[in-house]
Design a protein around this ligand. Structure first.
Ligand code: ADP
Ligand code: ZN
Ligand code: ZN
Length: 799
């Protein structure tokens, strides 16, 4: 008798353990760990993962049920990924099932239709099954279980392939678009007369964005279902259409092959220890601290070349936002079709296609965003994490893992090096490198010894005092003019989060915030009101500053569109390309706009965060940052670090080639050290200064942080539970450990759920995971719809 130990697909505490199922005799040879199966679970039929096959049962043998179905013929999780899953479960206190799901592409999480593709010679009984056709629906095979075994052997031999037929493959090529029907004035009247708040929100959205919008974007933006949109379509106020979108953005591009460049001395020094780790199968973690333009990417490329030479595989992680066509080109240019690319803009089908290329060993390099760290390579030779300081490497949902930690785990498993690269490493990583936990590789020189660009910092309060009310300082204005005259290019950068438009006093820098949340209010042009996006608080736009009574209080973070208008007014002859969520939402738009700018079809590139990274254009000699301080207003101990990083990154975009570059940073807080030191690009000085602040504030890297957030629709309940957790922790933690709370989260109420938190700061607390697991167990019965407890180790978001 063979028994399968199965983790079922119910993310809940009660079911977060293996359940035993009897393997029917006809499948005994087939079932192996890492396969998915269907099982009856109470009244339901569920998906589950086989984690072990054994001969004995824990439960009463009489009651044991049989596996209902096999969902795979070959395992989707190999041995390594299974144990990585258990490690993640343990490390982040998530459910095992969530850890498994996080490692797989969406396509195979859902129950998609399975098909077998005939690709080679198979035994006659199998041949007959296909009846002369090339494909066979899985259901057909299920009717003939005695053939399973030969089918599986054929799959192993490559004669048959099992594929998941993605239903969206055809449909995904089209996207539903919604556009307003009546003219703006009429729409405004209609909106005002509507009773339904959701429908009203939709119309107000279109009044602010009077254009065709993808339905999905609209829904995400407003957090609504199809309902209100459908109702408005029925009323004739909105119209729906379909537009074509491309399936594979890289399909029709040819990548010119590049050859390895002879390395500079600094590059040579950096690569030597990496190559020796690769050659000697040693697990080392390197921190490659190299200023922008010092040639880090070339070092990555040549390290990977060595890995491939050893017959091994490589994973390169880059932040989603810098997964630009330029970056992809550099890897495809060097390694051609051996490269798979994984990022969120791909459809479910495309992601699944790339993932299969990895499984089938058709590719040996993966370039991708965070989750690509789970690429199912079996012979890993290196993992590279570019821009290691990016906060997007930490997943904010369960499992709350950091790609860096997963990479280190896999590096240890495969005995291979990990390379973390950045011009502005996180304080944590740099401190580890200084202590010798990581090996520090330093590259201080830009290619060809090009000087770092000269940086001017402009105090915008001063500008106003001297009568300049424009969003461009006089210096920036003058420098843009110069570029236009000389035929050089300018990049203008708007440091702005999301779509928010906040209100700031231009005399004193005061930012209007929600009284209930530590977050700035968003200005809504339509009804001239300020709104909190998290708790829906509203107030009218004030006429004067609550802090200094100045009347120069304006909505700010001015959208890119507004800046574009102003640019056209000030420099009518300038050709401007605007890159923001609006102009790049269509697949391929990103490439097109950047391509046009690269070919010199525009003088000015204007954009948000998305243009901060990875751009490398020879004719850009001026970079302007319109508002440097928006991030300093965030309630986050990393605010200074993030500001420093961003300003440094942006500055690095200027003067990368033969022409010298200049940078103008406009700010309302020029005296802040993260702004000042970004000007000098003195990371070491910034590091010392910021470490001092962290030491005083008892923050990482001096202390570890763990954040426990309790949320409940009733305020009192949220407070009570948090209080209990706090006192429980106080009893069980070391006396030196600091336990803060209960305190309202910095956004204390989201969607009618009150949020309280407890922050644990500690140097050594080996028992913490165990203690927090006890907390979870204690509330097990109550956890669910009303009460939620989230536990975040080393949080990157403190909100
Ligand atoms: P980083 O990744 O550190 O910002 P890059 O790798 O993008 O730096 O290098 C900056 C520029 O210098 C790129 O245009 C790159 O092609 C070029 N480059 C890099 N290494 C060399 C080299 N050894 N010789 C000549 N040019 C190089
Ligand atoms: Zn609020
Ligand atoms: Zn003021």
């Amino acid at each position: 008798m063979r028994i399968a130990s199965v983790i079922v697909d119910v993310p809940a505490r009660q079911t977060d353990r293996p359940f035993d199922y009897l393997i029917p005799e006809r499948w005994e040879d087939l079932v192996v760990p890492g396969m998915r199966v269907a099982v009856s679970f109470g009244p339901r039929k569920l998906q589950g993962f086989v984690i072990a096959v054994k001969d004995t049962v824990d439960a009463d043998v009489q009651k044991i049920k049989e596996l209902a179905d096999l969902l795979d013929v070959t395992p989707v999780l190999n041995e390594e990924l299974l144990s990585l899953g258990f490690w993640l479960t343990d490390e982040t206190l998530c459910f095992t099932i969530s850890a498994f799901q996080a490692m797989l592409p969406t396509a195979i999480k859902a129950s998609y239709k399975k098909q077998l593709l005939l690709k080679g010679n198979v035994p006659e009984e199998v041949q007959l099954l296909f009846r002369g056709k090339e494909t066979l629906d899985w259901e057909e095979l299920e009717k003939q279980p005695h053939i399973y075994k030969s089918v599986r052997e054929s799959i192993a031999a490559g004669a048959i392939e099992l594929v998941y037929k993605i239903k969206d493959r055809v449909q995904k090529k089209k996207q539903k678009m919604i556009r307003p029907v009546p003219p703006e004035e009429e729409l405004e009247k209609e909106a005002a007369s509507l009773r339904n708040g959701k429908q009203q929100d939709v119309l107000y959205y279109f009044l602010e964005n009077y254009r065709s919008v993808p339905l999905k974007e609209l829904k995400d933006e407003l957090g609504i279902t199809d309902g209100p949109v459908k109702a408005l379509v029925k009323k004739g106020l909105l119209h729906e259409t379909y537009v074509e979108i491309y399936r594979n953005p890289y399909d029709d591009e040819s990548f010119e092959r590049t050859k390895p460049l002879p390395l500079t001395e600094e590059q040579q020094q950096a690569i030597t220890p990496i190559l020796s780790s690769v050659q000697q199968n040693r697990h080392d973690v390197f921190l490659m601290y190299g200023v922008t333009g010092s040639g880090k990417t070339e070092v990555y490329l040549q390290s990977i070349e060595e890995v491939l030479k050893q017959g091994k595989e490589a994973i390169v992680l880059v932040p989603e936002i810098s997964l630009t066509p330029q970056m992809v080109h550099r890897f495809k240019g060097r390694f051609g079709s051996q490269v798979a690319v994984l990022h969120s803009a791909l459809s479910v089908g495309e992601k699944y296609d790339e993932w299969r290329k990895i499984l089938r060993k058709e590719v040996r390099v993966v370039v991708g965003a965070r989750s690509a760290v789970f690429a199912p390579f079996e012979n890993l030779g290196i993992i590279i994490i570019d821009e290691e300081h990016e906060s997007s490497y930490k997943q904010e949902d369960n499992p709350r893992y950091h790609a860096r930690e997963v990479a280190v785990w896999r590096g240890r498993y495969h005995n291979c090096p990990i390379v973390l690269g950045s011009a502005t490493p996180t304080l944590e990583s740099f401190a580890r490198a200084k202590k010798g936990v990581y090996q520090l590789l330093t590259m201080k020189k830009r290619m060809n010894e090009r000087a770092l660009p000269a940086v001017d910092i402009i105090d915008m309060r001063e500008e106003l005092r001297e009568g300049n009310r424009s969003m461009f300082s006089r210096l920036l204005h003058e420098k843009i003019l110069q570029r236009l005259e000389r035929g050089e290019q300018t990049v203008l950068f708007l440091n702005r989060r999301g779509h928010s438009t906040f209100v700031m006093c231009r005399d004193c820098g005061y930012v209007l915030q929600c009284p209930h949340c530590d977050i700035s209010l968003t200005y809504h042009r339509m009804n001239q009101r300020l709104k909190c996006h998290y708790c829906n608080y509203e107030e009218p736009m004030p006429n004067e500053c609550p802090a200094c009574s100045s009347t120069y209080i304006r909505f700010f973070g001015t959208g890119t569109q507004k800046v574009e208008e102003e640019l056209t007014r000030l420099f009518p002859e300038a050709r401007v390309i605007r890159m923001d969520v609006d102009t790049t939402s269509r697949k391929g738009a990103h490439e097109k706009l950047l391509g046009a700018f690269g070919e010199g079809k525009a003088d000015i590139l204007l954009g948000t965060q998305m243009i901060a990274k990875g751009l490398d254009f020879p004719h850009v000699t001026l970079v302007g940052v319109l508002t440097a301080d928006t991030m300093l207003h965030l309630p986050d101990f990393r605010a200074s670090e993030k500001t420093y990083q961003l300003l440094t990154q942006v500055s690095g975009r200027a003067g990368r080639h033969h022409l010298p570059g200049e940078v103008v940073i406009q700010t309302y807080t020029p005296e802040h050290y993260s702004v000042e030191l970004a000007k000098q690009q003195e990371y070491d000085v910034f590091f010392e200064r910021e470490m001092y602040m962290r030491k005083n504030g008892q923050y990482p890297p001096y202390y570890y942080l763990t954040l426990v957030t309790v949320s409940h629709p009733e305020l009192l309940k949220a407070v009570q539970v948090t209080e209990k957790i706090v006192s429980f922790l106080r009893q069980h933690c070391a006396p030196e450990t600091i336990i803060l709370g209960p305190a309202a989260s910095s956004i204390p109420r989201i969607k009618d759920r009150y949020r309280y938190q407890c922050m644990i700061k500690y140097k050594r607390e080996p028992n913490l995971k165990h203690v927090l697991r006890l907390v979870n167990e204690h509330y097990q019965a109550e956890l669910g719809k009303d009460l939620q407890i989230s536990i975040d180790f080393n949080p990157t978001m403190l909100m």
